[in-house]
Design a protein around this ligand. Structure first.
Ligand code: UD1
Ligand code: MG
Length: 454
């Protein structure tokens, strides 16, 4: 296995995002742009070295990188003098002469691991510089790849290109592979002698050729994978492409969706085969759904585990820490947070269950609320197996209902209900025979009095 250093360029200011958040920390599919890039890098190069080049005062970016790859080296590019200059910020890492060097942008979240691996293949086969090419619908703004008989001669930036060079449709996607042994020697020869007075990384191609080294271009078949995010509109476009990819993967894995285009997934959503997802469902981060579970329309689910055969929704909301047991049912307008709903339990209508355990086969009536918060602290509710909670009950935590315990409808339960016992906490009903009839007669009589209005 050849060793590899991947340098991620993320020193851009991202001004066109018009946001206070650093560009590469904006998210798609529930995860920051740079985390998508790091995942692809991780898949392609395993535990190879990673160096990130960030801008000054971009500590949150460094943190995000270290959260995923604790051993990543962070380099700061204090002045933004071009992509060639940015790569040289990682000089200390390059000086160790890894066999392969990959250069990747932090704002291209759709990059595929196989594409990165392809660049390494070219290096292994003797290329000193290999560049990823693509054919965008509109090449304006991109560097053009000047090729001859399949060899890459140079990359010409738009501003420096002649009219005939601008007519070239094969563009530089921004990904590059460099042979580690010669990388620094090449990069150190880059100058800012060009229209933008920047140190262009792309000059590495012509420099390598002057040194008699092999330079190659590889073309990606999927131009969307190199989509760079510079604006909110491009972020939305990247989200849309990523969603398409995630939906296709889910369908491929045996998930049923009649309207996949209405289902929103996260990069980490785990859906087993035979899961059925109805239209208009949104998954936030951290969701696992086991075989045969059904997620019905208009449900919003994050940080939740849904076991085999469970039915969730329509219109359910599962928040972090919701664990729905086998064959349990969570119905419309039910919100569940940090609670375990054990196998076969049912909460089918209009309820809030937070910081609770609901035992196996228990039944939670419509409108049940666990009152888990007293304005200062949170408390737990524990409901035993096969318990029955009547409709419109408030369970004021901390409180327990024992196994097979029963709570009368409309109760405010403030004391534990023992196993097999009954708890009722509500005003007593009184009944008056004939009262309504007498009341109506009185009202009608007063209305018929002379001088009464309407
Ligand atoms: C670059 C390429 C161009 C290619 C295009 C693909 C060069 C000279 N040009 O142009 O051939 O078609 O990308 O999108 O490389 N960055 C830094 N520090 C810098 C400058 C840039 O970290 O000083 C980072 C940016 O944050 C960004 C990446 O490098 O992630 C590319 O920089 P950008 O200014 O967008 O380059 P382009 O002009 O688009
Ligand atoms: Mg750019």
């Amino acid at each position: 296995m050849r060793n590899c250093l991947t340098i991620i360029l993320a020193a851009g200011e991202g001004t066109r995002m018009r946001s206070s958040r650093p560009k590469v920390l904006h998210g798609i599919a529930g995860k920051p742009l740079i985390a998508h890039v790091l995942s692809a890098v991780g898949e392609a190069v395993g535990d190879g070295d990673v160096a990130a080049v960030i801008g000054p005062s971009a500590e949150p970016v460094a943190k995000a990188v270290r959260a995923m790859i604790p051993a990543a080296e962070i380099f700061t590019q204090t002045e933004r003098l071009g992509t060639g200059h940015a790569v040289l910020a990682a000089r200390a890492a390059l000086a160790r002469q890894p066999q392969d060097v990959l250069i990747v942008y932090g704002d291209t979240p759709l990059i595929r691991p196989g594409t990165l691996a392809g660049l390494r293949d070219s290096l292994r086969n003797g290329a000193a510089v290999v560049v990823l090419g693509f054919r965008p619908p509109d090449p304006t703004g991109y560097g053009r790849l000047i090729t001859e008989d399949g060899r890459l001669l140079a990359i010409r930036e738009e501003k420096d290109a002649s009219a005939s060079e601008r007519a070239i449709t094969l563009c530089n996607a921004g990904l590059m592979g460099l042979k580690g042994e010669v990388a620094l020697a090449i990069l150190d020869e880059i100058t800012d002698d060009n229209a933008k007075r920047e140190f262009y990384l792309t000059d590495a191609v012509a420099i390598a050729r002057r040194k008699g080294l092999t330079t190659l271009a590889r073309e990606t078949a999927d131009p969307t994978e190199v989509l760079g995010v510079n604006t909110q509109a491009e972020l939305a476009q990247a989200e849309s492409s990523m969603q398409q990819r995630l939906r296709a993967q889910a369908l491929e894995a045996g998930v049923s969706m009649v309207a996949p285009e209405t289902v929103f997934l996260c990069a980490d959503t785990k859906l087993a085969r035979d899961v059925r997802i109805e239209p208009y469902v949104v998954f936030g981060p951290g969701v696992t759904v086991e075989e045969g579970a059904v997620i019905r329309s208009f449900s919003h689910i994050e940080g939740a585990r849904i076991a085999r055969g469970a039915i969730v929704g329509p219109f359910a909301r599962l928040r972090p820490g919701a664990a729905i047991g086998e064959d349990a049912h969570i119905g419309n307008f039910v919100e569940i947070k940090a609670s375990t709903i054990e196998a076969g339990a049912k909460a089918n209508h209009l309820s809030y269950i937070g910081d609770a355990r609901v035992g196996a086969r228990a039944n939670i009536g419509a409108g049940t609320i666990t009152c888990n918060y007293d304005g200062a602290a949170k408390y737990r509710t524990d409901i035993g197996s096969e318990a029955f909670i009547g409709s419109n009950t408030c369970l004021v935590a901390p409180v327990k209902v024992g196994d097979t315990g029963y709570v009368g409808s409309g109760s405010v339960i403030t004391k534990d209900v023992p196993a097999g016992g009954l708890g009722v906490g509500r005003g007593r009903q009184f009944t008056k025979e004939g009262w309504a009839t007498r009341w109506r007669e009185r009202v009608v009589a007063s209305k018929n009095k002379p001088g009464s209005t309407d």
